[in-house]
Design a protein around this ligand. Structure first.
Ligand code: NAD
Length: 500
């Protein structure tokens, strides 16, 4: 048989890689080329991602602009909130598919994806539906010295076409944290998910359509940052603002990209977060809480603790407790309910974290737990696994204690006084989150308020009220999102003044 007569398969064979496409103007579309997405659990192929080029990004921005000028732009707040709640319901109904998408891309334990990522995605839509339904704006009855009177009131309008750029650590949670308020406020959106986690955003596009969101309101383009979809989007003259979560250096590149056209930005960036443990703390609760804040999601949460300052009188006890907690973590397959800890997101990220394991030792650290790459067997050794690690013997002068590592690692450092603890915690260019562990609540309030961060927890960590302000200072970001703070970014008020 000559090759010309062989029938080509009309459907992909079961072994063909899954295709992860861009979503533009209500349709899934191909990219300019494909790149492989690998499973960090064992290095196997998850699927092939269609990278968007300039043309696809142009089309996505044009679709978002057209949708803003279409029926979506005239929809009432009541209709929009109804739609947001319907989206949350479809997320709940398709939760297990989303869990599978998130786990396939990140390797995180299924229980974590179900209880944190996917549950919060639905909650984000419901919470911002409540926020926008209750939102009001200032009005003033103005009296002038000459006796004239006027009514001043403001109306909110959407910011316009918003670029939403998100990282890989909590892909669906962080995407919906921005998408929900952007939609609640009436914007249209072009999303650029991380190249490491394309799947849940692509599935969400399908869910939004299923819930009845008009075509073009949300578009998803895949690809990388510089020289790819991320840069094409942020440099695009058709976008009205950028909301971004990711590394501080990327935030800086995006600021430069939007500077010529002076677009507003909302940035949730990196952290090098401190915890402070006073000797009067409930030490069992502190150790359990610190283990969670150091190791949740394999240390890949922007809020995770990487510096732990411990009052000298209890240093040895807390260090021993934390080392014990580190040894109890179970690295393993995501579907195993006993697994507490997944792999890092990729081999490239593991290489970065591993370089800090070496650097810590070169800087004089004593390794209290972990410190290397584990051998797990069971087909897992092609994955990007790393040991949960603790160091003593470092101080704030060391790079390991100053630079964000974004892995399951922490340096334990003693202190003697409250003033010293606050000074050490605040001695950083970042300023995202802090935790204070103490049984003296007066001290708890006092210390928490002096932390130079956006979020300061006392005797807990990552306990969130979605109405409260979320963001960072210094290298950790610009602006706050959450509740009405989000509406302030995603809307432009127009003040109307009427002489009476
Ligand atoms: P990253 O900055 O490398 O990438 C984030 C996103 O930006 C990705 O989609 C990427 O493709 C895109 N991007 C990269 N370069 C770009 C460019 N020049 N122009 C436009 N887009 C570009 O971050 P990451 O490695 O994916 O995520 C980890 C980082 O995110 C850590 O620093 C972490 O602290 C931070 N983070 C912060 C928060 C927060 O709320 N403050 C939350 C989660 C993660």
């Amino acid at each position: 048989t000559s090759p010309a007569t062989i029938a080509l398969p009309t459907k992909p064979t079961p072994r063909a890689p899954r295709q992860i496409r861009n979503f533009i103007d209500g349709e899934f579309v191909d990219g300019i080329r494909g790149f492989d997405k690998l499973d960090p659990v064992d290095g196997s192929l998850v699927g092939q991602v269609h990278e968007a080029g300039r043309v696809e990004v142009d089309r996505a921005v044009a679709a978002a602009r057209a949708a803003l000028d279409g029926p979506w732009g005239r929809m009432s707040v009541i209709e929009r909130t109804r739609l947001l709640r319907r989206i949350a319901d479809v997320i709940d109904r398709r939760a297990e598919e989303l869990v599978a998408a998130e786990v396939g891309d990140t390797g995180k334990p299924e229980t974590l994806a179900r209880d944190l990522d996917v549950a919060r995605a639905a909650m984000n839509f419901r919470s911002f539906a409540d926020t926008v339904a209750a939102a009001g704006l200032d009005s003033f009855l103005t009296e002038l010295p000459d006796g004239r009177r006027a009514l001043n009131y403001a109306v909110r309008k959407p910011l316009g076409v918003v670029a939403v750029i998100v990282p890989w650590n909590l892909p669906l949670l962080l995407l919906t944290w921005k998408l929900a308020p952007a939609l609640a406020a009436g914007n249209t959106v072009v999303v650029k998910p991380s190249e490491e986690t394309p799947s849940s955003a692509t599935m969400l596009a399908e869910i939004l359509a299923e819930a009845g969101l008009p075509a073009g309101v949300v578009n998803v383009v895949h690809g990388f940052g510089a020289g790819s979809a991320g840069a094409f989007l942020t440099e695009h003259p058709g976008i009205d603002g950028v909301t971004f979560t990711g590394e501080s250096s990327t935030g800086s590149a995006i600021m430069r990209a939007v500077a010529p056209r002076v677009r507003p930005v909302s940035f949730e960036l990196g952290g090098k977060n401190a915890a402070v443990v006073f000797a009067d703390a409930d030490l069992d609760a502190a150790v359990a809480g610190l283990a969670r804040s150091t190791y949740l999601n394999t240390g890949q949460v922007c809020l995770c603790t990487e510096r732990i300052y411990i009052e000298r009188a209890v240093f040895d006890d807390v260090a021993a407790g934390l080392a014990e907690q580190a040894r109890r973590l179970r690295l393993g397959r995501p579907e195993n309910p006993a697994t507490t800890t997944g792999p890092l997101i990729s081999h490239a990220h593991r290489e970065k974290v591993r370089s800090y394991l070496d650097l810590a030792v070169a800087e004089g650290a004593t390794v209290l737990a972990g410190g290397g790459i584990p051998t797990l067997g069971d087909g897992l050794d092609g994955g990007s696994w790393i040991e949960p690690t603790l160091w003593t013997g470092l101080d704030n002068s060391h790079r390991t204690v100053r630079e964000e590592i974004f892995g399951p690692v922490a340096a334990l450092i003693p202190f003697d006084t409250e003033e010293e603890a606050i000074a050490l915690a605040n001695d950083t260019d970042y300023g995202l989150a802090a935790v204070t562990w103490t049984s003296d609540l007066t001290r708890g309030h006092r210390v928490a308020q002096r932390m130079r961060v956006g979020m300061s927890w006392v005797n807990t960590w990552y306990l969130r009220d979605l109405r409260s302000p979320f963001g960072g200072v210094g290298l950790s970001g610009i602006g706050r999102e959450g509740g009405h703070h989000s509406l302030e970014f995603y809307t432009e008020p127009t003040n109307v003044c009427v002489q009476l």
